[in-house]
Design a protein around this ligand. Structure first.
Ligand code: FCB
Length: 414
């Protein structure tokens, strides 16, 4: 077996809105709380990580990780257009300091889908001047936090509109979505409300690409010596039968982002499943397919496939920035991790420049429209007391991380 390199990045991922709680100035908070919402439940206090980040970081370090992926919340940093909160920036400075104090390299997401509600109400990334505003935010972040960050990613799953459009799009959801957005617009005294997760690529992608490049420029101009990347939602795409449409499906899934990623220091690969594509497009899962609680196929081998795809098609260093499973049965998480890591070892053995594995997620958290029912965490969070309890999978992955850094591969397998 190949050993993971000594400096391999081992971590867990979180996102600001999904764990912090009380993100009241964000577009999602409003959408979750209008009567027309399509959300199963509101995020509310989430995991209260805005206050309990110290506990989270200490736990991640104690488990054996060397990296912590988290998001900084634009809605807190710029609660009104052009008004920057020193206190919010200082908060994230403390989070960075806490990571360093525990020996974790901070991996910061500039945008993990949420935006300030004023930004959504003026048209979000549909507006041509949105890259100016995103770059201004990035500039402030860079100036204040640049010195503390080890990795930065601009957009989380930059191709998310394509993923939703080409795979999960349910036309029946559209009326509900429109009503929710209208209610949000009304609440803001606006005629529009544009959210990253619920827009189409036609509406916002050109501005997202421009925003990415402008944010990179702004961050590079400031202090710090961090690696800058973008993360992409990737799935194993398997063509089935002659004349299958796999290539067309892939082109549609990634759009311009493979090219964009070629200019980044690293690409963040985020993988959860496989799609099988026949001559007519995506095939339904057979009735006996093994599924995760999210309903999609359980396919731990998909990670190896996407890392190989990213190496082939992008050719930049790769960090797996998300990979995980929704399951209330933690033994499935352990199995997923073991099978996926074997695939990563084969990638390394073949010389692929793979730098790290960051598991989604540290905590059971707010899974967007699906609320708190989906359990992706290595760590359970009591919804009333916020008490954190590490699951066996957390110890398992943490031990692999620790032992592989010590190059104690036999113990790691035992
Ligand atoms: C990814 C998202 C992350 C979480 C996981 C389950 O697509 O980036 O926030 O929702 O899926």
């Amino acid at each position: 077996m190949t050993r993971f390199p000594k400096d391999f990045v081992w971590g867990t991922a979180t996102a600001a809105h999904q764990i912090e709680g009380g993100n009241v100035n964000s577009d999602f908070w409003l959408a979750e709380n209008v009567p027309e919402t399509i959300f199963r439940e509101p995020s509310g206090d989430a995991c209260d990580s805005y206050h309990r980040y110290g506990e989270d970081i200490a736990l991640a370090a104690e488990l054996g990780f060397n990296t912590h992926r988290f998001g900084i919340e634009w809605a807190r940093i710029e609660p009104e257009p052009g008004v920057f909160s020193r206190a919010a920036l200082d908060h994230y400075l403390r989070v960075l300091d806490c990571c360093h104090a525990h020996g974790l390299a901070p991996m910061v997401s500039l945008n993990h889908w949420t935006v300030p509600r004023w930004f959504a109400a003026r048209g979000g990334f549909e507006r041509e001047d949105s890259p100016d505003l995103f770059a201004r935010f990035a500039d402030q972040v860079g100036r204040h936090l640049g010195d503390g960050m080890a990795y930065v990613t601009t957009f989380n799953e930059a191709n998310i509109q394509r993923v939703i459009g080409s795979t999960f799009h349910n036309p029946k959801a559209a009326p509900g979505l429109a009503a929710m957005k209208q209610a949000c617009a009304r609440a803001c005294g606006s005629d529009r409300f544009s959210m990253v997760q619920f827009a189409t690529s036609d509406e916002i992608e050109a501005q997202l690409v421009e925003s990415h490049h402008r944010a990179v420029q702004a961050l590079r101009a400031g202090p710090g010596n961090f690696e800058l990347g973008v993360t992409i939602s990737m799935a194993e795409v398997e063509g089935v039968g002659e004349d299958n449409q796999a290539e067309a499906f892939e082109n549609d899934l990634y759009g311009p982002w493979l090219e964009v990623a070629k200019t980044a220091d690293f690409v963040g690969v985020q993988t959860y499943t496989r799609y099988r594509i026949g001559p007519e497009g995506r095939l339904r899962l057979p009735p006996d397919a093994v599924r995760t609680d999210m309903g999609y196929e359980y396919r731990p081998e998909a990670l190896e496939a996407t890392v190989r795809f990213a190496a082939r098609r992008i050719g930049r260093p790769i960090i797996v920035t998300e990979h995980g499973i929704a399951s209330s049965d933690d033994t499935r998480r352990v199995a997923l991790i073991d099978t996926a890591l074997e695939g990563l070892e084969r990638c390394l053995a073949d010389g692929i420049d793979l730098r790290g594995y960051v598991h989604w997620s540290l905590l059971d958290n707010f899974e967007w429209v699906l609320g708190y029912g989906m359990r992706f965490g290595l760590v359970e969070v009591d919804r009333t007391t916020f008490a954190r309890t590490a699951k066996p999978s957390a110890r398992h992955l943490g031990k692999i991380a620790r032992l592989s850094r010590d190059h104690n591969v036999d113990a790691m397998k035992g």
